[in-house]
Design a protein around this ligand. Structure first.
Ligand SMILES: *[C@@H]1O[C@H](CO)[C@@H](O)[C@H](O)[C@H]1NC(C)=O
Ligand SMILES: *[C@@H]1O[C@H](CO)[C@@H](O)[C@H](O)[C@H]1NC(C)=O
Length: 621
């Protein structure tokens, strides 16, 4: 029963992340101070008496859930960041068109703008937003022509287009009302449907009545044309002219729609040059992809059906193992992409909303040197819709663990020295990303050589880093072990937290150099051995390392690697090098090795496992 205006001093809580005021009697317009609450993630204002325009919320770059339904906001569509997952504007007084930016909300799962007076074209791209599951535009005055061949996002579960001014044919992808997709579209002017429709002239007349044509240079000319013809129409009122107008409008609609065919990936939209904002978003996204996530499809929510289909209903043949992070199944998506799916059963009752924040974090775990996350899926109980299981979909990395590629992996060829340095660089970059590439950073990942996988190009990728799936959820955070997840730490409050990963990296390096896996109780002894050999002569140094690379590594490169290794394994965490320092030295070792290789062997050998050893032997003798 809170009433009256919202105070201006909301911005005196600079760390506020969740603000729910729903079901009260607040009135007045929103204070401008809302626009500076940059940490806001969830903002719910539903069921109050707020009115007026919404302050500019574009600076709230963390905002994921915005619920404003059942107020009197309007008339302009709010200005928002593009990370939204849920946007509910239902039952307000919005009367604008839908801005083009909305089709760049690539994480949007739920969009409800129903029961307003939105005008202008319905953006067909909304049907194919990568994450969209629920789309409700009913009860507006949105116009536009639908086509049979439009594509819809596979995750789309419910679509309500009813009571608008849509014409054309219902898309095939919306035709079947199956168990997993509900589609409502009555009271439009669609052709050949089995839900109640108006005759086409109704939609055209209404569309003219509300002055549909949106702003924007591209459409200005059209707008004038329609308007002047509209005036002519009013003046003469001739039936023949009315028919002509309908024809022209259809043509215009048809043309503008054709220019921007809906596509599944937002980045693809860039090519059609739909709006400059969209273009810059797409560029941002594709730059993101260049920046470490090359070739990965956009992060998205998967449906349970997709998960079940991919694993043949968790067939035993698809079972890969049960590690420290829950059960793992191999799977293949409809489009042929191989994935690894990790399933975690919930032992406590949570709603999907409880996981919003964690899912947002997880969606950032995408990097060239991580086994990256492609998406997630919730399985919920039917009775109270609490979460029963979470499935995390990872890219599938085909070439086994790094361990299987050193000498005591037995059943494979060994990696060359150069490849070992490259693998080490990959792992270090992966760790660097976990520490600094995501906020908050993930520390103490307890990495082992068996956690590093190699892909078809022998790129090293860290798997089973600590996913923050159940962290920061109160008490249950400590229950991590029961859920089968590694307990990693996502805060650096403990001093030198980042150095525990550096130590683990040192152990992996030791194993790469010596060519065998090492029990933790032996690390100290072997580190001392390495330390002693650094000051010994080249021959002695060489004698302790993996025989498979003994002949093919340059002494300077070997020495550098040993030095890094020893420094990483120093007992006192503060004295271990930073991961950046490690990376720099590894790159030095790689360069030295490379230069030597370049001098001694002019022929280039592109194959990943190159039989260089024999040729190098020749060089040495
Ligand atoms: C807003 O609510 C307060 C308290 O209920 C009331 O006194 C005031 O008249 C309301 N203002 C408007 C514009 O409705
Ligand atoms: C979709 O249909 C329209 C009209 O029916 C046609 O012009 C267009 O080429 C089709 N697009 C595709 C991708 O098939």
């Amino acid at each position: 029963m809170f009433s009256g205006h919202l105070p201006e001093w909301l911005d005196s809580f600079p760390a506020l992340a969740v603000l729910s005021l729903k079901n009260n009697l607040f009135n007045g317009s929103l204070p401008d101070s809302l626009s500076s609450l940059e940490t806001m993630r969830i903002l719910s204002l539903s069921h109050n008496n707020f009115y007026g325009s919404v302050p500019d919320l574009r600076r709230l770059t963390n905002l994921q859930v915005l619920e404003m339904d059942n107020n009197a906001f309007g008339p302009q569509f709010p200005l928002l960041g593009d990370k939204l997952v849920t946007l509910v504007l239902r039952n307000n007084k919005f009367r604008s068109s839908i801005p083009g930016e909305v089709s760049s909300y690539y994480q949007l799962e739920r969009l409800d703008i129903s029961a307003n007076t939105f005008v202008g074209p319905f953006q067909l791209e909304l049907l194919s937003l990568p994450s969209i599951a629920y789309l409700n535009i009913s009860g507006n005055k949105l116009t536009g022509m639908l086509f049979e061949n439009l594509s819809c996002s596979p995750g789309l579960e419910a679509v309500d287009l009813s009571s608008n001014l849509l014409t054309g044919t219902l898309p095939k992808c919306l035709m079947s009302n199956t168990n997993d997709r509900t589609v409502l579209y009555d009271r439009n002017c669609l052709e050949e449907t089995n839900q109640n429709q108006h005759a086409p002239p109704f939609c055209h007349t209404e569309a003219i009545a509300v002055g549909i044509v949106p702003e924007g240079k591209k459409h200005k000319r059209v707008s004038k044309a329609v308007l002047s013809i509209g005036i002519v129409c009013v003046t003469f009122g001739g039936i023949a002219i009315v028919a002509l107008i309908f024809f022209i409008i259809r043509r215009v609609n048809f043309k503008t729609k054709i220019k921007s065919p809906p596509t599944k990936l937002i980045s693809e939209n860039a090519a059609s040059g739909y709006t400059s904002k969209l273009l810059s978003d797409a560029r941002y996204i594709s730059q993101n992809m260049k920046f470490g996530t090359v070739g990965l499809p956009p992060y998205r929510a998967f449906s349970l059906d997709e998960i079940v289909a991919a694993t043949s209903n968790f067939d035993t043949a698809s079972f890969m193992g049960e590690g420290s992070q829950g059960k793992l199944h191999r799977g293949q998506l409809k489009d042929g992409v191989l994935v690894a799916i990790r399933s975690v059963k919930m032992t406590k009752s949570y709603s999907t909303q409880d996981f919003m924040h964690n899912i947002e974090l997880i969606s950032k775990y995408r990097h060239r040197h991580l086994v990256s996350v492609l998406g997630h899926c919730f399985e919920c109980y039917l009775d109270d819709s609490s979460v029963s299981s979470i499935f995390i979909v990872f890219e599938y990395v085909p070439n086994g663990t790094l361990k299987s590629w050193i000498s005591d992996g037995h059943y494979r060829k060994s990696l060359t020295w150069t490849q070992r340095i490259e693998a080490a660089i990959g792992v270090a970059k992966g760790i660097q990303f976990l520490h600094t590439g995501i906020v908050p950073g993930v520390y103490s990942n307890n990495l082992k050589i068996t956690d590093v996988l190699l892909d078809q190009n022998f790129t090293a990728k860290i798997s089973s880093y600590g996913l923050p799936l159940l962290s920061n959820m109160g008490k249950v955070g400590q229950g991590n072990h029961s859920s089968g997840f590694k307990s990693s730490s996502i805060n650096k409050s403990v001093k030198n937290e980042d150095k525990s990963d550096v130590y683990d990296f040192g152990v992996i390096l030791l194993e790469l150099i010596l060519g065998r896996t090492i029990k933790s109780r032996n690390v100290k002894t072997l580190k001392d051995l390495l330390q002693a050999s650094i000051t010994a002569d080249g021959e002695a140094r060489r004698s302790i390392i993996d025989p498979a690379v003994r002949k093919a590594c340059l002494d300077q490169s070997l020495k550098t690697m040993m030095e890094i290794c020893v420094r990483c394994l120093v007992k006192e965490p503060a004295e271990r090098p930073s991961i950046e320092d490690v990376l720099w030295n590894l790159q030095f070792a790689a360069q030295v090795q490379d230069a030597w290789r370049g001098d001694s062997l002019s022929s280039s050998d592109g194959s990943p496992i190159s039989p260089l050893a024999s040729r190098r032997m020749a060089f040495h003798h």
